[in-house]
Design a protein around this ligand. Structure first.
Ligand code: ADP
Ligand code: MG
Length: 274
């Protein structure tokens, strides 16, 4: 029989912020899990040599496992590198191994170095998998790996930690997004901002949240992710917080954030903020 074409295009979202420790990986993995719980099929592409998203999703990522590194080099196809999460058949992952640490330099001399991930994740490459969302977890830098992620996506999701210096570096990130938009990928835009590690007991957290909302407007999800021990414990068990402690505040907030994200279509909200 002939497979029916999917009615909706897959949404490719790059999760970027060159600051480390702001919740990129945590947000990638937990939003993916939340979307899968809604019945959507999600591919997480781990593009950080640290492999934290792979760990959190409970998939193998020791050296030698087909990974995002071989994918970028064109040595394996996406289908060869994809692993299924042990927690859901709708959660897929292309892991990162430590080999990816060399890619930033190896890519420099390659043909079409900025577009390699886009090519590897084309509709043809993922044909038949029924993928609704691709979430790309970026390393904490603005190098060629992050550029590849920005060329492969239409949407950028920026996690912002509700802490001092939250917006530090965001201006530089936006300038990089604008450069990629101008030269490599005209459809790229900041579709989503997620406030993470919110501590309701501090005045500062509210001030940061207000400031981020006045900068980014509707792109900021209404659901705010609280600082929660459960969220930080879950990856140690190779789980999302939704699997680890479904009733926790952290799980609820990511579930809400996932609903909001799915309810928006990729083109409607967001543009480069002022
Ligand atoms: P990034 O990928 O941006 O470097 P991570 O997602 O790895 O950031 O988060 C950095 C650290 O903060 C990790 O140890 C993670 O477990 C922890 N963390 C992230 N979000 C929360 C949260 N909402 N509550 C508590 N700890 C969190
Ligand atoms: Mg990370």
């Amino acid at each position: 029989s002939v497979a029916l074409p999917k009615l909706t295009e897959k949404r490719v979202i790059t999760i970027a912020n060159q600051k480390g420790g702001v919740g990129k990986t945590t947000t990638a993995v937990n939003l993916a899990s939340a979307l899968a719980l809604q019945g959507l099929t999600v591919l997480v592409v781990d593009l950080d040599p640290q492999g934290n998203a792979s760990t959190a999703m409970g998939v193998a990522h020791h050296s030698g496992v087909p990974s995002s590194y071989e994918l970028l080099l064109g040595e394996v196809t996406a289908k060869e590198a994809i692993q299924q999460s042990p927690h859901s058949p709708r959660l897929l992952c292309i892991p990162a191994t430590i080999d990816l640490a060399g890619a930033e330099i190896e890519l420099v001399s390659m043909v079409a170095r900025e577009g390699r991930l886009k090519t590897a994740l084309s509709d043809e490459a993922l044909d038949g998998l029924g993928i609704d969302f691709v979430m790309i977890d970026c390393p904490p830098s603005l190098g060629l790996l992050t550029v590849n992620a920005m060329v492969a996506a239409r949407e950028v999701l920026i996690p912002i930690q509700c802490e001092y210096y939250a917006l530090e570096g965001v201006g530089q990130l936006l300038r990089n997004i604008q450069l990629v938009q101008a030269h490599l990928n005209p459809s790229l835009h900041v579709s989503t901002v997620v406030l993470t590690m919110y501590d309701g007991r501090t005045k500062l957290a509210d001030q940061v949240a207000d400031e981020v909302r006045s900068h980014f407007g509707d792109a900021v999800l209404r659901s705010v992710i609280p600082r929660s021990v459960k969220v930080s414990e879950a990856p140690g068990y190779g789980m999302s917080v939704l699997d680890y402690d479904p009733g926790s505040r952290g799980a609820m907030s990511y579930l809400d954030a996932g609903r909001e994200l799915a309810a928006r279509s990729s083109g409607t909200v967001g543009s480069i903020a002022k």
